[in-house]
Design a protein around this ligand. Structure first.
Ligand SMILES: Nc1ncnc2c1ncn2[C@@H]1O[C@H](COP(=O)(O)OP(=O)(O)OP(=O)(O)O)[C@@H](O)[C@H]1O
Ligand SMILES: [Mg+2]
Length: 537
């Protein structure tokens, strides 16, 4: 169905793809893996005719679709050729509804109006389109109001909407999926990926990028490993479906990706928190956050000084709302007490000045200054809030950015977080997705927060860099005394670094577990169920 011959791509002097050859048959799901910055998104962006590729000198090599050579200069051409793409960062229109986004360009219209006014002016039949959207969402098994605006959705729901839009297109020949599941917990991921085995997609060639290697091995027929812009390994996965073989092939792929084995971080066991004497740093009283699709209602909860708390739960049950709610991003009610004082969470500058910091999950929309350099991004908030990185001038009345200090510090961050970039001046929008996430984290840590809320810190991060990030979170907790609250879909990571794991269900705290608790017990809690005492034994 799809054949790539010698595809190469340069950004200025840097060659990010080098003579890629790949062939994908109809009905094949082909996994594409590699470190952050290896060139995975660039390859899919070429196939979908993204403007960034054309604007930076295009690509070299040939693309064949059903045996015919095609040139893809823009996304319209790609869509016409039957190519669909779910992007690593969303390509949805925020002010339109779920229905409008899913059916854009394919809406059902009133036939009479079409006859008199023509296709482009015909009246859209809202009701029929609503039903069609509901059908599509049901196929994906998602509970979502088709009339909600994209702007009001959480990141995980946006992923579902993008996915729904692409897989519902008729005669899809090639489907390109750039980390479609990175925002989802395992259960939602399974739900979503099951659709790939749908009858409607049986003749579609699918490329799936993911940093979750278990997912790749479970669902793909083949996998190719990209390293520094080259395909260094390819495996046929059909023979590795037993659990034992899966584990060995995952290790093999991981080694191919990064060239060495990975040591997983595991924190030392600490004393059990939640004793009456333990100092509380923050209290939520009857705290509700009306974050669409991730609401929490009337939570009462203490965070203890110096702990790492994990917040887990299925998408849509409120795990992301605590951090977002803290910064008054959504309407809220109730109280937050910090250091024995009521906090005015509508005053973001004050919240930041008190040492409370949020690293949001939607890094592109609320985390980064995209057209600024890595250095500016890292030092921006400390300069604004804490007057750091400034050189005094005229008895401190005027200050300028201390270039040397800022650039030395940024270089240190690049090394510490292993940010793969050309130099400190590179604009953040030209970094790969995972490397943008590392810049967000570096900025958060530069603030030396007393409390750090992080939503999905390892989303989109490759397997080796994940360990670096978990290590840094542990490091600031242990060495700087930062209290850390991590909302994450990665239960395994929470279990490795947290003191307690809070499971959210339907907007409430369902239960709080110690990290030693068996996975099954925690996963059952995700659906609001508990093991009986006899089952626990
Ligand atoms: N517009 C651009 N200008 C300069 N360099 C770019 C641009 N876009 C991407 N790059 C570089 O191309 C390389 C490959 O990036 P790409 O986004 O394809 O990586 P990736 O494999 O998808 O990584 P991730 O897992 O982090 O998403 C990176 O080094 C990135 O910095
Ligand atoms: Mg990418």
């Amino acid at each position: 169905m799809l054949k790539l011959c010698n595809i190469s791509k340069r950004y200025g002097n840097i060659e990010v793809l080098k003579k890629i050859n790949l062939e994908i048959k109809p009905g094949e799901i082909h996994g594409l893996v590699g470190e952050n910055g290896a060139g995975k998104s660039t390859l899919l962006n070429i196939l979908f005719g993204m403007s960034d590729i054309g604007n930076s000198g295009g690509y070299k090599g040939d693309i064949f679709l059903e045996g015919k050579k095609v040139t893809i200069q823009n996304s319209n051409q790609a869509v016409k050729l039957g190519i669909g793409m779910v992007h690593q960062e969303f390509a949805l229109i925020p002010y339109l509804t779920v229905r409008e986004n899913i059916l854009m360009g394919r809406e059902k219209v009133f036939p009479l109006s079409k006859k008199f006014l023509g296709e482009s002016l015909a009246y859209i039949d809202k009701e029929k389109n609503r039903k069609k959207t509901v059908n599509i969402l049901q196929r994906l098994n998602i509970k979502l109001d088709s009339e909600l605006k994209i702007l009001d959705l959480s990141v995980n729901l946006k992923h579902f909407v993008e996915f729904a839009r692409e897989i519902s297109k008729e005669s899809l020949k090639v489907l390109l999926l750039d980390e479609p599941t990175s925002a989802l917990c395992r259960e939602d991921t399974e739900k979503l990926l099951k659709v790939l085995h749908n009858n409607d997609l049986k003749d579609t060639a699918i490329i799936l990028i993911s940093h979750r290697l278990e997912e790749i091995v479970s669902i793909c027929h083949k996998v190719s490993v990209l390293r520094n812009g080259e395909i260094v390994d390819s495996f046929n996965l059909s023979n590795f479906k037993s659990n034992q073989l899966k584990t060995s092939v995952i290790k093999h792929i991981a080694r191919s990706m990064i060239g060495h084995t990975i040591n997983k971080i595991q924190r030392n066991k600490r004393k059990k928190l939640q004793d009456k004497e333990d100092p509380v740093i923050m209290t939520f009283k009857d705290f509700s956050v009306h974050m669409p699709g991730e609401m929490i209602s009337s939570i009462n909860f203490n965070i203890y000084l110096g702990e790492i708390v994990g917040i887990a739960g299925l998408s849509g049950h409120g795990k992301l709302a605590l951090g977002n709610g803290m910064f008054g991003i959504y309407p809220y009610s109730g109280h937050v007490i910090f250091d024995n004082q009521q906090l005015d969470i509508t005053n973001t500058a004050e919240v930041l000045a008190k040492g409370i910091y949020l690293l949001p999950d939607d890094r592109r929309n609320s985390g980064l200054l995209l057209d600024r350099s890595i250095m500016e991004n890292i030092i921006f908030t400390p300069v604004q809030i804490k007057n750091e990185f400034l050189a005094p001038f005229f008895y401190n009345n005027l200050s300028f950015i201390d270039r040397k200090k800022s650039s030395d510090y940024t270089k240190q961050c690049i090394k510490k977080f292993d940010i793969r970039c050309h130099n400190i001046k590179q604009k953040v929008n030209s970094l790969s997705g995972g490397n943008q996430q590392k810049v967000c984290l570096a900025r958060a840590i530069t603030m030396h927060p007393k409390i750090l809320f992080v939503n999905e810190p390892t989303r989109g991060i490759d397997i080796a860099a994940k360990e670096i990030i978990l290590h840094i979170l542990l490091d600031i907790n242990q060495n700087l005394g930062t209290t850390v609250i991590i909302a994450s879909s990665e239960l395994d990571e929470l279990k490795r670094v947290c003191d307690r794991i809070v499971v959210m269900h339907e907007g409430k705290i369902f239960n709080i577990f110690s990290p030693e608790t068996d996975d099954i017990e925690i996963i059952l809690a995700f659906s609001g169920e508990m093991l009986t005492e006899s089952e626990k034994v």
